[in-house]
Design a protein around this ligand. Structure first.
Ligand SMILES: [Zn+2]
Ligand SMILES: [Zn+2]
Length: 318
């Protein structure tokens, strides 16, 4: 295991040398946090500082700001989608009751072509976009890379909350616009090829839509200008939330069953199934404020009364 870690560490360093030839970055960044100040931090905050200090001291800036974050984002997607695909394919009987559309499964060929398209999306659209954005933004010091500015857990929590708020705002209005006739036909239709979404369909979208969704994701960070580590944590949180929203499963521990006003998979599955409002990505307040949630809540009411009728019929039979 230790040997594997050394091999990985050396490989990342060598890759850094390769990328430095093509994407030159010249910056003087503080990489060491004073030991006396470090001892004042709690375990989580000290861990984050040590992690960032290690990254800056051992790997080139291109690796730390572009290649490694992109790889983590991709692995995050592959792992979550792979896991959800496994659950869907195995069709475990004890999980069937949590599947939002129990009779609807995506065919193997649909999943195969979507996977190929997603690989194309990640390597041909997202990676170059990501590289250009981080190169330009780090060159103009838009986001701090300094080890002294690494956020503590409180800063991390409120900044992620603000990013969620702005993402909800941007996503709602851009998504709603993409349901106007022209934008739907030209841009958004591809994402709706999955009328029974699975996590794999999260980033299955027209390249223009990938850029448009990126605007909503980056709205909070552009306003806040947080530490780059916060930005990396935020984009992974956002991707996990989007994969959950497209999972096709409504578990008792799903965020919409824990957090008030959270739409999650239940709401977004309704959107993919009916094309009737429910444009929110995380929290539903924009749908509620603008009255685009009516169809969803009517359907919820019908479901509830059907459940109550089934329960009373069962009691009568007994
Ligand atoms: Zn839509
Ligand atoms: Zn969707």
């Amino acid at each position: 295991m230790a040997q594997l870690a050394v091999i990985t560490h050396n490989a990342i360093k060598d890759m850094g040398v390769f990328f430095d030839c093509y994407i030159p970055v010249q910056k003087n960044i503080s990489t060491v946090y004073p030991a006396d100040k470090l001892s004042d931090l709690n375990g989580f905050d000290a861990g984050l500082v040590n992690f960032w200090s290690f990254m800056l001291q051992n790997y080139s800036l291109n690796m730390v700001t572009i290649i490694l974050p992109f790889t983590v984002l991709l692995l995050n997607y592959v792992f979550v989608c792979g896991f959800m695909w496994f659950i869907e394919q195995c069709d475990f009987s004890f999980l069937r009751k949590y599947k939002i559309q129990p009779k609807k499964y995506n065919s193997g060929s649909k999943i195969f072509w979507a996977t190929l398209y997603l690989l194309y999306t990640y390597f041909v659209i997202i990676l170059p976009m990501y590289t250009a954005a981080f190169y330009i933004l780090s060159q103009v010091d838009y986001f701090s890379l300094e080890v002294f500015d690494v956020p503590n857990w409180k800063t991390l929590v409120w900044q992620i909350a603000v990013c969620l708020f702005f993402e909800d705002f941007g996503h709602y209005w851009l998504h709603r616009w993409m349901h106007t006739p022209w934008a739907y036909k030209v841009i958004h239709r591809r994402h709706h090829e999955f009328d029974a979404p699975s996590s794999l369909s999260t980033s299955y979208a027209h390249p223009v839509e990938i850029v448009i969704q990126g605007i909503a994701t980056f709205l909070g960070p552009i306003i806040l200008r947080p530490h780059i580590l916060t930005l990396f944590i935020w984009v992974n949180v956002r991707q996990l939330a989007a994969c959950e929203t497209h999972s096709g499963y409504d578990f008792p521990f799903s965020p919409n069953n824990i957090l008030p006003f959270f739409g999650g998979a239940d709401l977004h599955d309704f959107h993919h199934r009916t094309y009737n409002g429910a444009y929110s990505s995380n929290f539903v307040w924009w749908d509620v404020l603008c009255g685009t949630d009516n169809g969803y809540f009517e359907w919820k009411k019908k479901q509830q009364s059907k459940r109550e009728k089934d329960t009373s019929d069962e009691k009568k039979d007994n």
